[in-house]
Design a protein around this ligand. Structure first.
Ligand code: MN
Length: 228
C-alpha cells in the first residue's frame, strides 16, 4: 500500500459546547449580507444573489487563543459573524429542509486585510489573500442545534477593548441561513464539517496589536481573541 511521503496535517477542529470536537472541512463565507454593511462599504444593498468566498480550514483560531497580527497589511479589520456548522452534507438542498443539515452554530470573526481587499476589488483580482490568510478565522465553541435550536434573530455584537464596535440583529441578514444553504449547495456539494460564515453587520473597523476582541451572539455563544 502506498504511504504518505510526509505526515498529513492535523485536522482543524473546534470544541463543541458540551463536549467533543467538530472537524473542519472547508470554510465558506457570504459577502454583503447585512444592508448597513453593504452601504458602509460603498455598495448598493439591493437583494442581489448571495456570493461566496473561502478560507482554508486551518485558518481557524479556537476560543481564547491569540490571533497574530498578519503580514502584508496595515489595515486588519474585524467582521463579526454567525457561523453555521454543517453536520450533514448535500447538493441542491431545498431551503425548506436546509436546517436539517446544520449541526450547530458559533460566533466567529472573518478577519480581513482590508487594504489588500480594496486593491483586489480595484484590479478585479481574487479576494483570497485579503480573506484566506493564516489565523483569519477566530471561532468560538460550537453550540449544537440540538441544544439551542436555530436562531433567526437576536443580538450579534462585538466589543474591542470593552467598547462596542458592531451591534446588530441576526434578523437583519439579507439572506437567511436556509436561503444561504440552498444557494451555496447549488454551487458545491456541502459536506459534514463545512462551516459557513454568514456575513457581518455594519461597524467593521481596524484593530491593532494588543486589542482584545469579544463577540457574542444571543442564544449562540461567544468568541474571544487578542491580537498579538
Ligand atoms: Mn465577512
Amino acid at each position: 500500500m502506498d504511504h504518505f511521503v510526509f505526515s498529513p496535517p492535523m485536522v482543524s477542529a473546534i470544541p463543541v459546547a458540551g463536549g467533543g470536537l467538530f472537524p473542519v472541512r472547508r470554510i465558506f463565507c457570504v459577502g454583503r449580507n447585512y444592508a448597513e454593511h453593504v452601504r458602509e462599504m460603498g455598495g448598493d444593498p439591493d437583494r442581489e444573489d448571495p456570493f461566496f468566498f473561502t478560507k482554508p480550514a486551518d485558518a481557524v483560531v479556537i476560543e481564547g487563543a491569540a490571533t497574530p497580527y498578519p503580514p502584508a497589511t496595515s489595515d486588519l479589520h474585524h467582521e463579526m459573524e454567525l457561523v453555521v456548522a454543517i453536520g450533514a452534507g448535500g447538493a441542491e438542498i431545498d431551503g425548506a429542509h436546509a436546517l436539517d443539515h446544520i449541526f450547530g452554530y458559533a460566533a466567529g470573526l472573518d478577519m480581513t486585510r482590508r487594504d489588500l481587499q480594496a486593491a483586489a476589488k480595484k484590479a478585479g483580482r481574487p479576494w483570497d489573500m485579503s480573506k484566506g490568510f493564516d489565523h483569519s478565522a477566530p471561532i468560538g465553541d460550537i453550540a449544537p442545534a440540538a441544544t439551542i435550536g436555530h436562531p433567526a434573530s437576536g443580538l450579534i455584537e462585538l466589543t474591542v477593548n470593552g467598547k462596542v464596535r458592531q451591534s446588530s440583529d441576526l434578523a437583519k441578514m439579507i439572506w437567511t441561513v436556509p436561503e444561504t444553504i440552498a444557494y451555496l449547495s447549488r454551487q458545491v456539494r456541502l459536506c459534514a464539517g463545512d462551516l459557513i460564515m454568514t456575513g457581518t453587520p455594519e461597524g467593521v473597523a481596524a484593530v491593532v496589536k494588543g486589542d482584545v476582541l469579544e463577540g457574542r451572539i444571543a442564544g449562540v455563544g461567544s468568541v474571544r481573541t487578542q491580537i498579538t
